[in-house]
Design a protein around this ligand. Structure first.
Ligand code: HEC
Length: 248
């Protein structure tokens, strides 16, 4: 029993010793002034609720895992400074120099030009305007083409073909403005944006395939209808992930 009490006490003491040491070594390595906001954040610089680590704390942990003793050093901080733990587009190093929290994506330096009001071409590059054309036209085209095939109705199929053709033509400016917007907004090639991009490229290729196949007249083969449905799904998926990017 006494052994256990000693063990618990020992743990508490070592925690008490050890964690402010990480904090102090961090302050020294990253030259965080004692009166700065980051110093005032104390444990919350790396923890959401000690011992629970925030995103920056987890990166710190990863960096010091191999270091002995387990403290922050200048060399480790130099590595960590290049990272962007909270993914807000500003590196940990720039955040700490500016005195903003490296684990909070809403807290970042404001000196960077963010809004460019008065630009002739807005940051979204009119992408939101174009997207609805391929979505509506291609999906409507797919439905009419399938329905027309079932009903043996050439009029419906012709309407479907027009939808598919114009929808595919509209994919070109949509993809162009989308890419332009992604560069202007500084999108990172990861997560939902990457998924959206891959779906968009698939949609472009599949729709082009459908149009090339269909342009000489009505096609009856099941491979064609397979491609048609895939093209429709790719357009729908692109729209879905695009909407997620905008509306979350
Ligand atoms: C510079 C970042 C940083 C600061 C500031 C910091 N910690 Fe930590 N803390 C860590 C990291 C990284 C670990 C895990 C690695 C380790 O245990 O050495 C940790 C571990 C802990 C643990 C141990 C639990 C575990 O999972 O290992 C406790 C408790 C804790 N911190 C409390 C605190 C308290 C209380 C403060 C404020 C006085 C504080 N920390 C300040 C980075 C920090």
């Amino acid at each position: 029993m006494r052994g256990f009490a000693c063990f618990v006490l020992g743990c508490l003491v070592s925690l008490g010793w050890c964690t402010p040491d990480i904090m102090n070594s961090m302050h020294v390595a990253a030259e965080i002034g004692t009166t700065s906001k980051l110093a005032a954040m104390k444990c919350m610089l790396c923890h959401t609720n000690p011992p629970k680590r925030n995103v920056f704390g987890r990166d710190v942990e990863e960096a010091i895992e191999t270091a002995k003793p387990e403290l922050m050093t200048k060399a480790l901080w130099h590595e960590l400074a290049l990272k962007d733990s909270d993914g807000d587009g500003v590196s940990n190093g720039d955040e700490v120099s500016a005195g903003t929290a490296p684990a909070n994506a809403t807290d970042k330096p404001t000196s960077k030009p963010v809004a460019t009001d008065g630009d002739l071409i807005p940051k979204h590059s009119f992408h939101p305007l174009y997207v609805h054309f391929p979505i509506a036209l291609v999906l409507f085209g797919v439905v009419l083409e399938l329905f027309g095939y079932r009903k043996r109705d050439s009029g419906l199929r012709r309407a479907g073909w027009l939808g598919l053709m114009w929808g595919t033509i509209f994919i070109v400016p949509t993809a162009f403005t989308g890419l332009r917007a992604s560069f202007q907004l500084g999108m990172k090639w990861e997560g939902q944006y990457l998924t959206h991009f891959i779906c968009a490229m698939a949609a472009l290729i599949l729709c082009t395939g459908v149009v090339l196949w269909r342009r000489k007249g009505e096609v009856e083969s099941s491979a064609y209808f397979g491609l048609l449905i895939l093209a429709g799904l790719a357009v729908a998926a692109t729209g879905h992930f695009g909407a997620m990017l905008v509306f979350g």
